[in-house]
Design a protein. Structure first.
Length: 565
């Protein structure tokens, strides 16, 4: 049975008590000795924003999202949850401000000539946030846990599918996974096929080490309370008040604690963009991710308002397991009835870019050129400059599918969470699909419940999106593999699966790229999903925050920040 944190998280959200850590010790993954009552390091001093010159603790207050669905590294698939995990965990490798791979918990690594054996050498004296030793065996446990079908990790196939023995592990024998710890400081991974971007996977949050003792003691609940959330990164969770805030405090047991300038990071858990904007205006928050869209015109030219490009695509899911969406003609009709330029340039006020392909801008091909430029013989799959032609074709496709002017087509329920442009887009879809004679009802869902609902297929149509975890087109195209845990549209095409399997096993980069392009051709021909726009992050940030950066993968690296007056 698949395990889900959302139910437990919902239960703790009913309380108004501060979940404070007591005694000595931890962060994200729980106590290594299982004694969670003494698992979190104590943090002394004021929690006011300020700096050491005034005798106040340096605390950065920010808003990067509402209550997360989960902050269990193995279970998370959302950007906000991933960002929180980055504050608390240290992977084998890390990503620097130039998006280059740098040492993390591993100080070095080497790859065999055939590309199949990756040997990571851990730093000496690594510790969990509770002060106990962290060894290579912890990585063995953590990676096997991701592969274990009992964990139901959405990213399992994406991050471990190329590791030897993954199929057996995913089939119920996690010990078959090709990972080993010949000694406490050496972690060895054996691949079934070479993977040129495996170093980027070693830096990905899903493969962060987690503490076996705290998980075995607390079960799924280990990642829902500070006292059981043991971690190994620069910060641990000191307090957590659902729907209010999470307080990350500097981890005294972090391997590079002397480079961490902040004493704490306080994340405000807000779902209402107007509330987050009010917190920024009042000075309560020094950075907010969710800016009310109505305020964007007035913020143009403001040095504190940032629009940064992301690698990612905003798209729609149509649940292909439902009979009304089983016909590709219907899916294509619904796609072509959307005026993407109007959506991106008017509704989204130019902060996003109209999508013509599934794999969008900034993603590189095998030779360093743009993957998008080499797709579909250099032509866009969707001509966003001819909406009139698109709409006419959409009406004809719907008629060909047996629904002329939408007659006989059932009402569509469209699910979304209420932040950013999501609700505005939902209202537009009601108008756009009405042009086809189809009625749309909008279902607004709280964020913490939205992603598990979508993943379970408990919806009809829904907004979705993907920010890349590493710059390789496979990271997005793998979403549409039938067995992928993030395939929310439930698209199932054996031909597509074969193409992606060939790409995964292919050693020649150019040939591999050819398989990936064929896969995108197929996913666009089938309208497996409906690309809408390419992401940018727009946010407000005080100039008092220095040393931090925003990555094209949608993360804010505040763990290295400082605060200046």
């Amino acid at each position: 049975m698949k395990r889900r944190l959302s139910v437990l998280l919902a239960l703790i959200m009913m309380t108004t008590l501060v979940l404070g850590a007591c005694g000595k010790a931890n962060n994200n993954s729980g106590s290594s000795n299982g004694n969670t009552n003494t698992a979190t390091p104590t943090n002394s001093g004021s929690t006011d924003t300020g700096n050491s010159s005034t005798g106040k603790e340096k605390q950065l207050v920010a808003e990067i999202g509402p209550n997360p669905e989960t902050i269990d590294p193995a279970l998370n698939s959302a950007v906000d949850g991933g960002n929180m995990i980055l504050f608390a965990f240290d992977c084998l490798l890390n990503v620097d401000k130039d998006n280059k791979i740098v040492p993390g918990a591993a100080e070095s690594y080497e790859v065999s000539k055939d590309g199949l054996t990756w040997t990571f050498h851990l730093r000496k004296d690594l510790k969990w946030s509770d002060g106990s030793a962290l060894t290579a065996k912890d990585f063995v446990y953590s990676w096997k846990r991701v592969a274990d079908p009992a964990t139901a990790a959405p990213y399992a196939e994406t991050v471990l599918g190329m590791v030897k023995g993954f199929a057996e592990a995913a089939g119920g024998n996690p010990d078959a996974l090709g990972v080993a710890a010949p000694d406490d400081s050496t972690f060895v991974v054996t691949l079934a096929n070479p993977c040129v971007y495996f170093d980027k996977l070693a830096a990905f949050a899903t493969l962060a080490p987690v503490n076996q003792a705290t998980i075995e003691k607390n079960g799924d609940a280990w990642a829902t309370a500070p006292e059981s959330y043991v971690c190994n990164g620069p910060f641990y969770i000191k307090e957590w008040v659902p729907s209010s805030y999470i307080l990350f405090a500097k981890n005294p047991n972090y391997r590079d604690k002397d480079s961490i300038k902040l004493d704490s990071i306080k994340l405000l858990l807000m779902e209402d963009a107007n509330a987050s904007y009010g917190a920024y205006q009042s000075g309560e928050a020094m950075m907010i991710k969710d800016v009310p869209t109505a305020e964007i015109p007035s913020l143009s030219g403001n040095a504190e308002f940032h629009v940064d490009p992301d690698l990612g695509t905003y798209y729609l899911d149509l649940n292909t397991t439902l009979p009304q969406f089983s016909d590709a003609k219907v899916r294509e009709a619904l796609s072509l009835a959307i005026d993407r330029k109007y959506v991106a340039e008017t509704l989204m006020q130019g902060t996003y870019t109209a999508a013509t392909n599934f794999v969008g801008t900034g993603v590189v091909d095998w030779d360093g050129s743009a993957f998008m430029a080499n797709a579909n013989s250099g032509k866009p799959y969707i001509n966003v400059d001819d909406f009139a032609g698109n709409l006419a074709k959409a009406k004809q496709l719907l008629a060909d599918a047996g629904y002329p002017d939408g007659k006989g087509f059932p009402t569509i329920e469209y699910s979304t969470n209420d932040s950013g442009y999501h609700k505005v887009l939902a209202q537009y879809l009601q108008q756009a699909w009405k042009e086809l004679g189809i009625t749309v009802n909008v279902n607004i869902v709280e964020w913490a419940s939205f992603t598990p609902m979508r993943r379970a297929g408990d919806y009809q149509s829904s907004r979705d999106g993907w920010l890349f975890d590493y710059n390789d087109p496979s990271n997005m195209l793998e979403l549409m593999v039938s067995t992928n845990g993030n395939n929310n549209a439930k698209y199932n095409n054996p031909e597509y699966d074969k193409l992606m399997a060939k790409a995964a096993a292919e050693k020649d980069a150019k040939t591999r790229s050819g398989y990936l392009h064929q896969a995108e051709d197929l996913v666009m021909k089938d309208t497996a999903v409906i690309p809408i726009a390419y992401y940018n992050d727009f946010y407000l940030q005080s100039p008092k925050i220095t040393g931090s950066w925003h990555s094209p993968y949608g993360y804010w690296y505040f763990q290295y920040a400082d605060i200046t007056e």
